[in-house]
Design a protein around this ligand. Structure first.
Ligand code: CP
Length: 302
């Protein structure tokens, strides 16, 4: 693996290797026993052209836990405001010889373009609605920790599928690893084309989450829509919001997940988001550090 640009191009064996390493770090950090200098003398650079709380911070934690230094380039105070082009910005930053670049951008394939211009590994931290590979890895880790395997799991991914890079990366990963993936959404959030074979589509939450092991809710990505396309919050919640009542048709030990940031009262009730019996949102965030440690380790110690 030279870069991590998406899940689509990874084999099931490579995904398993990353998840096994992430599991290793999950346990090692609990025991306090891991090589804290594994990435000593490496410098990781984050380039976030879009806002982030979870991803950018957990990449920082992951790099620091492995002994790497981290440079967080800040788009808002950069020379982009002086009309420096994207390519010139990347060439400039690449010339400083980082050991890895982590990039988030609102343009489709931006990380692929960066990988063509720099000499170091590039990690996609989310590009437009295309892919968010480390999110899918941390989500898979969260499922495996409680369900042991992804093989045969029924996973419903619900909500704004058509604008979601999280849905795409999860669909690629889960289908490659043998899970049964369902997309559950109103017709206006149905993607034009399914990202992978074998995904079933439901426009009813009741039917879509029935007998599921995992229900993953998605945020409505208003920033990727015209104003006229944005549904009314109340009407959307009535049909597609996840509640304790609605969840009764899923398996009794169902896990409720959400990549965040979450819009309480639109995609999910407060009560369910905060119910430790079902909700795994904080576990997902914790696992983000382990998944990103695994990715940095595998890319930087080749
Ligand atoms: N899930 C996720 O990507 O969250 P952030 O936008 O906060 O990084």
């Amino acid at each position: 693996m030279e870069h991590l640009l998406g899940i689509k191009e990874l084999s099931a064996e490579k995904i398993k290797e990353i998840l096994d390493r992430a599991q290793y770090y999950a346990k090692a950090l609990k025991d306090g026993k891991w090589d804290k200098q594994k990435l000593k003398d490496k410098v990781v650079m984050t380039l976030f052209f879009e806002n982030s709380t979870r991803t950018v911070t957990s990449f920082n934690f992951a790099a620091l836990r492995l002994g790497a230094e981290i440079v967080n380039w800040n788009a808002s105070v950069s020379s982009l405001s002086k009309k420096e082009s994207f390519n010139d910005t990347i060439d400039t930053l690449g010339s400083m010889k980082p050991d890895a670049i982590v990039i988030r951008h609102n343009e489709y394939d931006a990380p692929v373009k960066v990988a063509e211009r720099v000499e170091c590994p590039v990690i996609n931290a989310g590009d437009s609605w295309r892919e968010h590979p480390t999110q899918a890895l941390l989500d898979a880790l969260t499922m495996i920790q409680e369900k042991d395997t992804l093989e045969g799991l029924n996973v419903a991914i619900c909500g704004d599928i058509s604008h979601s890079r999280v849905a795409n990366s999860n669909a690629y990963l889960l289908t490659k690893m043998g899970a049964n993936v369902r997309f559950v959404a109103p017709a206006f959030f149905k993607p034009e084309k399914m990202p992978a074979e074998g995904i079933s589509f439901y426009d009813s939450m009741h039917e879509g989450i029935k007998d599921c092991d995992v229900v993953m809710m998605l945020r409505i990505q208003k920033e990727r829509m015209d104003k006229s396309e944005v549904p009314d919050d109340g009407a959307y919640f009535k049909e597609y919001g996840l509640t304790h009542e609605r969840l009764k048709v899923a398996k009794p030990d169902v896990l409720v997940m959400h990549p965040g940031p979450m819009n309480r009262g639109i995609e999910i009730t407060d009560a369910l988001a905060d119910d430790p019996k079902y909700s795994r949102m904080t576990k997902q965030v914790e696992n983000g550090v382990y998944a990103r440690m695994a990715v940095l380790d595998l890319l930087l110690t080749r």
